[in-house]
Ligand binder design. Structure first.
Ligand code: GDP
Ligand code: IMO
Ligand code: MG
Length: 421
């Protein structure tokens, strides 16, 4: 029996999951996405080519891989259809190796409208949602009203669609929010038709058979641990469990079948959307990080908020997911800094706190530890020994604080720009 390894983000998303999954895929046969939906944007770069994936697992560009969209994912057929067309234009037919869970929930056109209406009604207190309908779709899932991929095969599908759409119209009448879904709805229906081209499967059965047959599987997370619905900076979170436990419920894998958990973090920190970000730098340093790191959302294009590495939050995320190995991304972005900082504790209301607290929405002042920068270009380094001493000191400190080894270091966006220890 081969256990399932998990890759997930440890910060507020956009850590570089797409790149890491693409790099690791040759070691696996099956890549399976376990939660989230088109709120995700996972970038992959190879040579002069690049791609942003939203729903399709990031193993798809490796020829022999089987890619599964798990039951925990929410799917907008229009976005998935466009994504598939773009991929197929590049690499040809993928219908034989993209499998979709019948139990994954569908994002309806009206879910997107409810998302937008709800955000508009919140005004300044808005979550900063990607407006892809994620929250409303998970609400219908837990409220037991949702439509699932498998339902599209039923003769009752249109009737059920209409029932849910009417329910949504009732809900929307309570908002002062004008909308017209005519155009999107017709695209949506067309895309539903295209979905039938793919194998719609009982993914939990298929995955457990793979496990028993010793087939290596990698579970791919979306978003990041600090956006987890239970343990993130609530209410400024997404609507799914982004931690390793999400791989169990999002794919139908028992906890005892989980193997190595690999946690990804940036050498600094970013967040897009509203909510607490203790180490945020609303100054020139933050702007420098944004411009060198090209920190603009892969899904929405919004500028990402930038700041120093937050070891308090990172330690919390490592604990919650039982992370075995760390993967540090975007190390090259810090190349030109004389001094680099990392938060090791928080001061809240005169108290010093060394754990991530419930009161994350209160004013938090980070307590920093300073490091001397390495001040040289590390993008061409491929062996750990060749990194400058200052760089290794930074890595060692992170390992000590988190009690977790940093096994992979990314030094540039390309597939090839990676150091594996
Ligand atoms: P994901 O959502 O976790 O897959 O991450 P995103 O794709 O949203 O954002 C990560 C961004 O950083 C993408 O533009 C990547 O191409 C880029 N990237 C990944 N690793 C590195 C790296 O080591 N250095 C630099 N400079 N960019 C990187
Ligand atoms: P990947 O997988 C970064 C953020 C949104 C918002 C909050 C809720 O690319 O790392 P939602 O649309 O889920 O209702 O938005 O979560 N968010 C992300 N931030 N990366 C993501 O995905 C995100 N998915 C959602 O900006 O603050
Ligand atoms: Mg992203």
């Amino acid at each position: 029996m081969k256990k399932v390894d998990v890759v997930l983000g440890l910060q507020w998303g956009d850590e570089g999951k797409g790149k890491v999954v693409d790099v690791l895929t040759p070691d696996y046969k099956v890549i399976a996405r376990f939660q989230g939906g088109p709120n995700a944007g996972h970038s992959i770069k190879f040579g002069n080519d690049g791609f942003v994936l939203h729903t399709v697992p990031s193993g798809i560009f490796r020829k022999d891989s089987i890619n599964i969209i798990g039951n925990g994912v929410v799917i907008d057929p229009v976005i998935l259809d466009e994504e598939i067309q773009d991929i197929e234009q590049k690499i040809g037919d993928i219908s034989g190796r993209l499998l979709i869970s019948k139990k994954a929930h569908l994002i309806l056109p009206t879910h997107r409208i409810i998302d937008a209406a709800s955000e508009a009604a919140k005004g300044k207190a808005k979550i900063g949602s990607t407006l892809k309908g994620i929250g409303p779709t998970y609400m219908d899932k837990t409220g037991r009203n949702g439509l699932r991929v498998g339902d599209i095969l039923s003769p009752e599908f249109m009737k059920r669609y209409e029932t849910l759409r009417k329910k949504h119209a009732g809900l929307l009448s309570q908002y002062d929010y004008g909308y017209d879904i005519t155009e999107y709805e017709s695209k949506w229906m067309e895309a539903i038709g295209h979905l039938r081209r793919f194998q719609l499967i009982e993914s939990e059965i298929v995955i457990n058979k793979y496990i028993n047959d010793d087939v290596p599987i990698l579970a791919e997370g979306a978003q990041g641990s600090m956006l987890d619905i239970d343990f993130g900076t609530y209410p400024f979170v997404t609507s799914s469990n982004t931690m390793s436990a999400g791989a169990c419920t999002g794919l139908g894998i028992a906890p005892s079948r989980i193997g190595k958990v690999m946690g990804i973090f940036k050498a600094y920190c970013t967040r897009v959307g509203s909510g607490p970000f203790p180490t945020e730098l609303e100054n020139e340093t933050g702007e420098t990080l944004r411009s060198i790191g090209n920190e603009y959302g892969a899904t929405t294009g919004r500028p990402r908020r930038c700041g120093w590495l937050d070891l308090v939050a990172l330690k919390y995320a490592v604990m919650m997911s039982g992370v075995d190995e760390l993967i540090m991304m975007k190390s090259d972005v810090l190349n030109g800094f004389d001094t680099i900082k990392a938060a090791v504790a928080y001061e809240i209301d005169g108290r010093t706190v060394d754990y991530f607290p419930f009161e994350s929405n209160e004013k938090i002042t980070p307590v920093y530890r300073e490091f001397k920068g390495w001040n040289c270009d590390i993008r061409n380094i491929r062996n750990y020994e060749d990194f400058p001493t200052e760089f290794k000191d930074y890595v060692s400190f992170i390992e000590k604080e988190t009690s977790c080894p940093v096994r992979i270091i990314s030094v540039g966006p390309d597939r090839s720009e990676i150091v594996i220890r």
